[in-house]
Design a protein around this ligand. Structure first.
Ligand SMILES: C[S@@+](CC[C@H](N)C(=O)[O-])C[C@H]1O[C@@H](n2cnc3c(N)ncnc32)[C@H](O)[C@@H]1O
Ligand SMILES: [Zn+2]
Length: 312
């Protein structure tokens, strides 16, 4: 953790300033320490370079496992592709000129794949996540200039109001108990004229129903066996989907087939079947959330359901 982060942080409960005590650091990063709320005296520990505002990874243990197992698979600079740059642009519509020199919040940072993109486009980025994905992101990006990681819950964010120029959240809010409520907490953290951009899952009719039927069972299987099943089932179902007699059966267990290699498909399939919460939404519904937050310049992007808007 960089000392510069402290000025953006507040106690998530009483919203007062935090006092930093450093236990160990090198010249650039605070490794261990604590943040004390000057009002309610709560202590938030800094462990392995990350301030922790949650006591555990609660209902996202699947994501802790997934992102530490696949720490590099989707990170452009570490995997040697540009998938994250393309996805970031498609799902947020954010341009370099909207990010350069700006303070940006990445909500549900995962391994930091999109934080890398925003940082390379010139932004100072704070990434938050409820899961221990923050440790993977810290290994990937934590020591870079203009990058900060915080373990926190989107429903209890430790930031002052009107702090950020840009907030984005890609593939995260529908994995919380209440997508709309999670979104509603973000615009208050934007500065005047700040931009918020989100991508949430679309309701894809019969396909979504099939996925949910399998997930209802799969998400109860402990994560190690489930992950092993994915390594067997994904290649098997890819083959079955090509054999006419088995195609119908294979359709009932949708697995990822992105053409980016088996590792990516296994990760994506585990990602689809392991989450406790995975809501689906429609464009009109999400437009309604943006209107309720009094956002302007609401734009619906072509990839469903991706929207952005500006705070007046
Ligand atoms: C599918 S992953 C997406 C990660 C990243 N945005 C990406 O696209 O690679 C969803 C992330 O949302 C996080 N998440 C779920 N509920 C959360 C909450 N209440 N607060 C913060 N993060 C949460 C999970 O831990 C997980 O890392
Ligand atoms: Zn407090």
């Amino acid at each position: 953790m960089k000392e510069a982060l402290v000025r953006y942080l507040v106690c998530p409960d009483c919203r007062e300033a935090l006092r930093l005590t450093v236990f160990s650091s090198d010249h650039q990063e605070i490794e261990e320490g604590e943040l004390l709320c000057s009002s309610c005296s709560t202590v938030f520990p800094i462990v392995k370079g990350i301030p922790r505002f949650v006591p555990s990874d609660a209902y996202v243990k699947n994501f802790s496992f997934q992102w530490n197992t696949h720490r590099t698979t989707q990170v452009d600079s570490l995997a040697g592709h540009s998938e994250s740059l393309t996805t970031f642009q498609t799902k947020t519509g954010l341009s370099g000129s909207e990010l350069t020199g700006k303070l940006v919040l990445d909500v549900g940072v995962g391994t930091g794949r999109f934080m890398e993109v925003a940082n390379q486009l010139g932004a100072e980025v704070i990434g938050i996540d409820l899961s221990f994905a923050v440790d993977a992101a810290y290994t990937n990006m934590g020591r870079r200039a203009g990058v900060h990681l915080v373990q926190a819950d989107v429903f209890r964010l430790p930031f002052r109001s009107e702090t950020f120029d840009v907030i984005y959240s890609i593939g995260v809010l529908h994995h919380t108990p209440d997508t709309n409520k999670a979104f509603a907490g973000l615009p208050p953290l934007l500065k005047h004229a700040g931009i918020v951009a989100i991508w949430v899952y679309v309701d894809a009719g019969e396909y979504s129903k099939r996925l949910d039927r399998v997930r209802a069972i799969a998400s109860r299987i402990p994560r190690f066996p489930l992950y092993g099943v994915c390594w067997v089932a994904v290649p098997l179902l890819h083959v079955m989907a090509r054999i006419p007699g088995f195609r119908g059966l294979a359709m009932h267990i949708p697995v990822s087939n992105q053409g980016r290699g088996i590792t990516w498909d296994v990760l994506d399939t585990f990602d689809a079947y392991s989450p406790r919460y995975q809501w689906k939404h429609s464009e009109p519904e999400v437009i309604g959330w943006f209107k309720d937050a009094n956002l302007e310049e609401i734009k619906v992007l072509s990839f469903p359901v991706s929207l952005r808007g500006r705070k007046p």
